[in-house]
Write a protein that binds this ligand. Structure first.
Ligand code: FES
Length: 123
């Protein structure tokens, strides 16, 4: 099968899809290959990610990977969340088709932008 069972399950039932009203930070990243967009919303308290959600027009890989990324990031400090790597997502979802690599890192990139946005707004 093209995608793992875990990937398809997360795509069908994402836990972190949606918008956070009055977020503390937002980060957006575009996929240069397909033109899809990923947006990450954060609620932060004492440098810890209290809530995180994503919105995207992306594909199965983008949705499942971002949902997995949100699960890994929730409850982490901003510093630790920045250390989430594509391999951590693959560990949670199983193998990702190589051609979908750019989709599967969109969430991580948008999270980086959201944290940058948060840190910029603190100054
Ligand atoms: S094809 Fe656009 S995010 Fe995957």
């Amino acid at each position: 099968m093209y995608y793992s069972e875990k990937t398809l399950e997360r795509f069908k039932n994402p836990k972190f899809a949606g918008e956070i009203k009055n977020p503390d930070a937002v980060g957006q990243e575009g996929n240069p290959i397909c033109g899809d967009v990923m947006k990450i919303y954060l609620k932060v308290e004492d440098d810890i990610i209290k809530d995180i959600k994503f919105e995207t027009y992306g594909c199965v890989a983008a949705i499942a990977s971002s949902d997995m990324m949100c699960e890994l990031a929730k409850g982490k400090t901003l510093e630790d969340a920045l250390k989430i790597k594509p391999d951590d997502i693959v560990k949670g979802l199983g193998k990702m088709p190589l051609i979908k690599h750019h989709c599967s890192v969109l969430g991580i990139q948008a999270l980086g932008k959201a944290i940058e946005n948060y840190r910029g707004s603190e100054k």
